[in-house]
Design a protein around this ligand. Structure first.
Ligand SMILES: [Zn+2]
Length: 375
């Protein structure tokens, strides 16, 4: 059945233009909504770390119970998310096919608001609630990276930012490295004395053709799709070439091992050919895996059971704010809100799942509250 308040809020926020680094308009709306519910709202300086126009929003409401719970979503969306015209067909919301839908992550924001409205009107005792809306998630987890997690009282939380049916939780995700190599060769006339040159383009190809990549094992992958050379003429031996790509693994040791292998491999090939080499390795985010016995999973199970929602705890394929928070000691898992095919023009949201994700947000807060004691 249609839940008018959630549906109207969903359309309002989907049609509020936003992008990574351009979250000011949606942030203003969300701050207003939080204040209306009685939250104290502050913004940080996270936008400055990546050229964005505003920071992360933190809304806090003190409770009568000892304990604090974090509920988080991101305010930005992937590109092609401006001027969205949502279309509903048979209980599923789509864009008109020319843009994304931005259910990732507007549906997560709306689920949190519905959960808050429900628990605040229930009159039941509550813990301190910390609602966090981040910036720049899609373009590189910038808001999360700029977060000092010691500002939260919560030690655990739920990130409403995962695809799939309601009841799906993401309890592990891979870590990610950006890797690159710049090869310096030596220019020489290609016709007169090619033997005096050092061909950086060929060395790059040698490096790549003998580099282990693709599927490396069940939990580790690598991909190097970006290649370039400094050459603009065919009559000079190439003196500069570069390539870059990524490595991912759910296992932190295997990720570290691959990065070390990548460096050693490139150095060996460059040395053999007498070429110069500059390597680039940037840790984008670390993997996480939250065990089933962890409280954050147990609460999720109990909350789903109270609503009769079947639940599953699965691995996600990409990075999310939870990667950063977990690496910093704040235990968080992803919560699905009913969308699929996110980041594409075919993105869709199953409205029944979306409405239930609002009930789930309330049940997560209530189940957490039952474990707290009065102050
Ligand atoms: Zn997202």
């Amino acid at each position: 059945m249609k839940q008018e308040t959630m549906y109207a809020e969903l359309l309002e926020l989907i049609t509020t233009d936003a992008a990574s680094g351009k979250e000011a308009a949606i942030a203003r709306r969300l701050a207003g909504k939080l204040e209306k519910l009685g939250f104290t709202v502050t913004a940080d300086q996270a936008g400055e770390t990546f050229g964005g126009e505003c920071g992360n929003l933190l809304g806090v409401q003190e409770g009568t119970l000892d304990g604090a719970l974090l509920l988080c979503s991101h305010m930005d969306r992937v590109p092609n998310g401006l001027g969205i015209r949502p279309v509903e067909r048979d209980g599923i919301l789509y864009s008109d096919g020319t843009t994304i839908l931005a259910a990732d992550d507007v549906s997560g924001i709306c689920a949190i608001f519905e959960g808050l409205r429900r628990v605040l009107t229930s009159g039941k005792p509550l813990p301190r609630l910390e609602v966090y809306f981040t910036v720049g998630e899609e373009s590189g987890l910038y808001g999360a990276k700029a977060t000092d997690v010691s500002r939260f009282h919560a030690r655990l939380g739920y990130i409403f930012d995962s695809p799939g049916r309601v009841g799906r939780f993401v309890t592990s995700a891979p870590g990610h490295y950006h890797l690159g190599a710049e090869i310096t060769g030596l220019a020489a006339h290609a016709g007169n004395e090619p033997e005096k040159g050092i061909d950086a383009a060929k060395i790059m190809c040698d490096m790549l053709s003998s580099l282990k990549q693709g599927r490396l094992d069940a939990v580790t992958t690598a991909n190097f799709p970006i290649l370039s050379t400094g050459s603009t003429a065919t009559n000079v031996v190439c003196d500069a070439a570069a390539f870059s790509g990524e490595a991912r693994s759910r296992d932190p040791q295997r990720l570290a091992d691959y990065v070390a292998y990548f460096e050693a491999h490139c150095q060996k090939v460059a040395e053999k050919c007498g070429a110069g080499l500059k390597l680039e390795k940037i840790e984008s985010f670390l993997p996480f895996r939250i065990p089933e016995e962890d409280e954050v999973v147990q609460i999720a199970k109990a909350a789903c059971a109270s609503l009769g929602i079947p639940c599953s705890f699965e691995s996600g394929g990409g990075g999310m704010d939870a990667n950063i928070f977990n690496a910093r000691g704040l235990t968080t898992i992803g919560v699905a809100t009913g969308y699929t095919k996110n980041h594409t023009k075919s993105e869709q949201l199953v409205l029944e799942d979306f409405y239930r994700s609002g009930e789930l947000a309330a049940a997560l807060i209530e189940t957490f509250a039952e474990r707290c004691v009065a102050k």
